[in-house]
Design a binder for this molecule. Structure first.
Ligand code: PLP
Length: 447
């Protein structure tokens, strides 16, 4: 098949599992083609090594007098500076460690001053769509162009009541990978006295994020999408609202002092960021996140973005050759995007296709509505009103040209002849009938 782009030339930081062999239904094993980076990215080798190095020192953070505790406390505190620098935050910005983007956005939602109006586009990921409640939440129907998005935001803000305002912005769509005009939207928000929060879950693994340059007030991200799958995420941004807010998760660490007042307890909360990090902190996850940020920065964004650009070009050129394949786009096929492509193939059920790609070709993709039901439904309505699900392929540091070519060849074969094996629905998901693929030994032993 003729492809317009040359093979990837640049070197990027290696990931764990690059040579993972997975079983197929016909008994063969092939190298796993992980084309699902947008859901969760593989661990960087540098992150795995750093975690290994830390583990012998693992001990409590902020509480222990022991030497290992002090080392872990230092690791944890230093990670704040690393993450702050990674997103170009201001010196005065708080860095609160959370579990992930969802946790970060829920924390911010619980920390808004009373009466805050929240404005968002309705195609957001559920993590950014759902945490905001009440009559002061204004959803804007996503327009067909970035320019119209800027105009629509200005119009929505102009109609808001007086009071604090927050605009929720997405860096890159998790459905189409398309970039949102964050700087232009933030400028409009600023002009209307609104703060902004950038959902950088899909942007941060692919492009540099610079809060100061974008003039954005908050950013949220997840370690597991940033090659650090150890359960940490972050909320970074203006400290004042966080300082004034009651913690939404309460317990040890978030409290400076608790006293018994007879009929109730008197609690004084810790200062930010500890105020919003109740419970024992995830020092391993936070260290992993910081090391991922350092590794990408040290390696250089130029190599990361070039690697993805070449693969994305190859992917889209290949997908264009699959009969009946239609790509989804918010702003049109020419709009800049990170390495994420969602699509449908005429006559192919996305769930069945995803199962066959896995079982017959060793390829991991995502199918469904991608936790962005409104966006996916709207986009599918443009290409096929009968479907509410699609397939998504996403590339990243663990992707090779061979993975992309294998996906394209497999889709061509599926589009022409359908799956080779027999499949059935098990708990609503397609799976090979009597799936013969052996689980890895550690799972077999546990079963
Ligand atoms: N925002 C976007 C754009 C996402 O793609 C995702 C996850 O897919 C999230 C938020 C939620 O991230 P997490 O599941 O890590 O909380």
């Amino acid at each position: 098949m003729p492809l317009a782009a040359p093979p990837v030339q640049v070197t990027v930081p290696p990931v764990v599992g690059a040579r993972l062999a997975v079983p197929l239904v016909d008994g063969r094993r092939v190298t796993y083609a992980n084309l699902d980076h947008a859901a969760s990215a593989p661990c960087l080798e540098a992150v795995r090594d750093a975690v290994d190095e830390l583990l012998p020192w693992y001990a409590s953070v902020h509480r222990g007098a022991g030497f290992a505790s002090q080392v872990c406390t230092r690791v944890y505190d230093q990670a704040r500076d690393t993450v702050r620098a990674f997103v170009g935050a201001r010196r005065t910005d708080a860095v609160v460690f959370t579990r992930n983007t969802t946790d970060s956005l829920n924390l911010l939602a619980r920390s808004l001053p009373k009466g805050t109006s929240v404005v968002l586009f309705d195609t957001e990921h559920h993590a950014a769509l759902l945490p905001w409640r009440g009559p002061r939440v204004h959803r804007i129907e996503t327009p067909a162009s970035p320019g119209d998005a800027v105009l629509a935001l200005g119009a929505a803000l102009a109609g808001l009541p007086v009071g604090p305002r927050l605009v929720v912005l997405s860096g890159a769509s998790n459905v189409t990978g398309e970039l949102w005009p964050v700087a232009a939207l933030a400028e409009v928000a600023r002009a209307h006295g609104a703060r902004t929060v950038l959902d950088a879950a899909q942007l941060a693994p692919h492009r540099p994020v610079d809060l100061r340059a974008l003039d954005v007030d908050y950013a949220v991200l997840s370690g597991h999408k940033l090659y650090a799958p150890f359960g940490a995420g972050a909320l970074i941004g203006r400290a004042d609202w966080l300082r004034a807010a009651e913690p939404y998760l309460v317990g040890g660490g978030a409290t400076r002092q608790v006293v018994d007042w007879g009929d109730r307890l008197g609690v004084s909360w810790s200062k930010v960021p500890e105020r919003h990090e109740a419970g024992s902190p995830n020092v391993v996850g936070v260290h992993a996140l910081a090391v991922a940020c350092e590794t990408i920065t040290r390696h250089g964004w130029a190599a990361v973005t070039e690697h993805e650009k070449v693969l994305l070009h190859r992917l889209r050129a290949g997908l264009a050759t699959v009969p009946g394949l239609r790509e989804l786009a918010l702003f049109g096929p020419g709009h800049d995007r990170v390495g994420v492509v969602s699509f449908t193939v005429d006559g192919l059920d996305p769930g069945l296709a995803a199962a066959a790609l896995s079982a017959e070709h060793g390829i991991g993709v995502r199918d469904g509505a991608f936790c962005a039901h409104i966006a996916t439904r709207r986009l599918l309505g443009r290409v096929d009103a009968t479907q509410s699900r699609a397939l998504r392929a996403s590339v990243g540091l663990g992707t090779t040209a061979e993975h992309v070519d294998r996906l394209v060849a497999a889709l061509c074969s599926l589009a022409a002849d359908g799956p080779r094996a027999a499949y059935e629905l098990v708990d609503g998901r397609w799976a090979p009938v009597d799936d013969p693929r052996p689980l890895p030994p550690f799972l077999r032993e546990a079963a």
